[in-house]
Ligand binder design. Structure first.
Ligand code: SAM
Length: 210
């Protein structure tokens, strides 16, 4: 067996010890990320049976699994270039959000309907250069915001993963011009050492000025 690098050995040890990883494994959840969305939903009540939801960055499918259990009468469109574990309720668009061909497929699935909720757990491939990674993460945040401008219903909601760092404060300040209520949350299931936070923006105002 090839020798593991120190960093992958550290990752494995952390996974073995991590409470939410064990809980996900014991409970048959696809990933620990499942609990992040569950905790966001417990606090902000963004999900209900009839919601029409677009999920960006859905693989491997932890959030999708939670969403499918909640959205029993609405619909769910999940986007990711990687394979998503899911049940029959979810429509998958394979590719990168923001790409024209992905947009076309979303439009086709929507059939003229608007979304109640846009979710994004998208994360860039990490280069290790903090400024580069942060800039990429902010670009993904803009992709999710564009999806809101294109397809979110008046009064709809957005919940998005972001990373603390350059550009986030300004981005959140701009978001407040387009949404009535904007909150930041660090779910317990998010690793304390991670810079990730979740921004939950409610009451979309399509006419809001940037
Ligand atoms: C942290 S993972 C998502 C975990 C997922 N929410 C879950 O619960 O299993 C981040 C995902 O973002 C995806 N991603 C990155 N850029 C993307 C883009 N432009 N469009 C769609 N997905 C993207 C990656 O492929 C990766 O699967």
């Amino acid at each position: 067996m090839p020798k593991r690098s120190k960093s992958s050995e550290r990752w494995l040890q952390r996974q073995r010890k991590d409470y939410f990883v064990r809980k996900a494994q014991d409970g048959g959840q696809v990933s620990r990320a499942h609990y992040k969305l569950a905790q966001i939903d417990q606090r902000f009540h963004i999900l209900s049976a009839r919601k029409k939801v677009l999920e960006l960055g859905a693989a491997p499918g932890g959030w999708t699994q939670y969403l499918e259990s909640k959205i029993t009468r609405g619909f769910l469109i999940a986007v990711d270039p990687l394979p998503i574990t899911r049940g029959g309720r979810c429509r998958v668009v394979e590719g990168y959000a923001g790409e024209p061909e992905v947009n076309e497929q979303i439009i086709e699935l929507l059939q003229g309907q608007k979304l109640d909720l846009v979710l994004s757990d998208m994360a860039p491939n990490i280069s290790g250069i903090r400024a580069v990674d942060q800039a990429r993460a902010m670009e993904l945040a803009d992709v999710a915001l564009q999806a809101c401008e294109d397809w979110l219903i008046q009064g709809g909601d957005l919940a998005i993963k972001a990373f603390q760092g350059e550009g986030l404060d300004t981005w959140v300040a701009d978001l407040k011009k387009q949404f009535g209520r904007v909150n930041m949350m660090k779910p317990k299931a998010s690793r304390p050492e991670s810079r990730e936070v979740f921004v939950v923006a409610r009451d979309f105002n399509a006419a809001g000025q940037l």
